[in-house]
Design a protein around this ligand. Structure first.
Ligand code: GAR
Length: 221
């Protein structure tokens, strides 16, 4: 198997998606390793999660920079220093600039708690409930210069019930986020993603290399 890809995760908050990515890496379910976690918020619990796993946890205070570009340049310098190959935004509450995107072409992903292109931006779950949708979900996408507008890699859907609150819908969506983000990262790690215009193409898996005990299988009818 090839070397695990090196992921840098950008966060601002709780970091449950970060935790899911770390767990998938540590159990070998994905061929990747989180090498640094960067937060614009010093108090983000995600930083604590990283430390617990011996991962470099870095705070870059956005208030210390006069522009979006200069903040992103400081983040890029740290990502390059850690030889990051994929940047994963996981609850990162900032719009990124071309400084980050140009440094990591086709290698910046984000997760959003809605079925894009519906309900981009903040408080997507609340937007969905206020609109009255019956189905919502989450989206992993490549990042472009727009807000939650980049090419879609994976989506998962969940029901939205009349009895839902913003919190109950968010929790149902989050459970799916924790599954699809690692899956998208694994597809990237296997080199199976390509982008054509707005569309992400997913190549079929390579032929299994392990020897078959029996092929065709015994239960073939
Ligand atoms: C997640 O629901 C993520 O999809 C959302 O923030 C939450 C972060 O949770 N991101 C956005 O809304 C970005 N527009 P986490 O910190 O527990 O991973």
């Amino acid at each position: 198997m090839s070397d695990p890809i090196r992921i840098g995760v950008l966060v601002s908050g709780t970091g449950s998606n970060l935790q899911s990515i770390i767990d998938h890496c540590e159990t070998g379910k994905i061929n990747a390793s989180v090498v640094c976690v960067i937060s614009n918020k010093a108090e983000a619990y995600a930083l604590e999660r990283a430390r617990k796993h011996g991962i470099r946890a870095l705070h870059v205070d956005n208030h210390a920079f006069h522009s979006r570009e200069s903040f992103d340049a400081a983040v890029v310098a740290l990502l390059l220093e850690h030889q990051v190959q994929l940047v994963a935004l996981a609850g990162f509450n900032r719009i990124v600039s071309s400084v980050l995107l140009d440094a990591f072409p086709m290698a910046v992903m984000n997760i959003h708690p809605a079925l894009l292109p519906a309900f981009p931006g903040s408080r997507a779950q609340r937007q969905a409930l206020q609109y009255g949708v019956r189905i919502s979900g989450c989206t992993v996408h490549f990042v472009d210069l727009g807000t939650d507008s980049g090419p879609i890699i994976i989506q998962a859907a969940v029901p939205a019930y009349d009895s839902d609150t913003e919190e109950s819908l968010a929790a149902r969506i989050l459970a799916e986020e924790h599954k699809i983000y690692p899956k998208a990262i694994q597809l990237f790690a296997e080199g199976r993603l390509s982008i054509e215009g707005r569309k992400v193409h997913i190549k079929p898996p390579a032929e299994p290399t392990a020897a078959f005990l029996e092929n065709p299988p015994a239960n073939l009818r």
